[in-house]
Design a protein around this ligand. Structure first.
Ligand code: ZN
Length: 181
């Protein structure tokens, strides 16, 4: 049985992990988790059709130490929702006569690497190719660019970064977790 299942913590419904369908079903059958969202598909077992979950939640709350989100380029782009922090363009927007794609968005170092800028969450932002090019080795102000928001280190939303694009059924739970981070 293919597919991934989003596992939520008990009571907080904070995303904890992404598990395989057999592991999810084992947790449910063992009484450790309940099904929150179904896929609409069924797993045929002896004598019964078992709904294949898309999201499950533990019955009890478990204490999980907060992990610091590991920095990655993909993580920066996901955190900024593939939106240029300087001009606000996004995939699908028409720029110079053609629709922008995710590939047109780059990771920009606010303090340029040539000046000692590091790969950290607060020093890196999503920028379109044009703004990144215009900024070059300058600070945003020197290049006449202003940031539309302040880049932050993701907290609970580390799973959002890890999951990247999950099924639509996951979005609600992941956005809830990300919004208080
Ligand atoms: Zn831009």
């Amino acid at each position: 049985m293919q597919g991934r299942v989003l596992l939520l913590n008990g009571s907080s419904w904070e995303p904890l992990a992404v598990v395989s369908v057999p592991r999810a079903i084992n947790l449910v059958l063992a009484g450790k988790a309940v099904i929150v969202e179904e896929t609409g598909r069924f797993l045929r077992t002896v004598g019964a059709n078992f709904p294949v979950p898309s999201v499950i939640a533990l019955r009890t709350y478990i204490n999980v130490p907060r992990r610091k989100a590991h920095w990655s380029r993909k993580g920066v782009l996901a955190r900024d929702n593939y939106t240029c922090i300087y001009c606000g363009v996004r995939p699908g927007d028409i720029v110079r006569g053609r629709p922008l794609t995710k590939a047109d968005l780059t990771v920009d170092h606010i303090l340029p690497r040539s000046r000692g800028g590091k790969d950290t969450w607060t020093n890196t932002v999503c920028a379109c190719y044009q703004c990144n090019h215009r900024k070059g080795d300058k600070m945003p102000g020197e290049a006449g660019l202003r940031m539309l928001w302040e880049p932050k280190t993701p907290r609970t939303s580390y799973l959002v970064i890890a999951v990247g694009t999950g099924p639509d059924a996951w979005k609600h739970y992941i956005e809830v977790a990300g919004s208080n981070g």
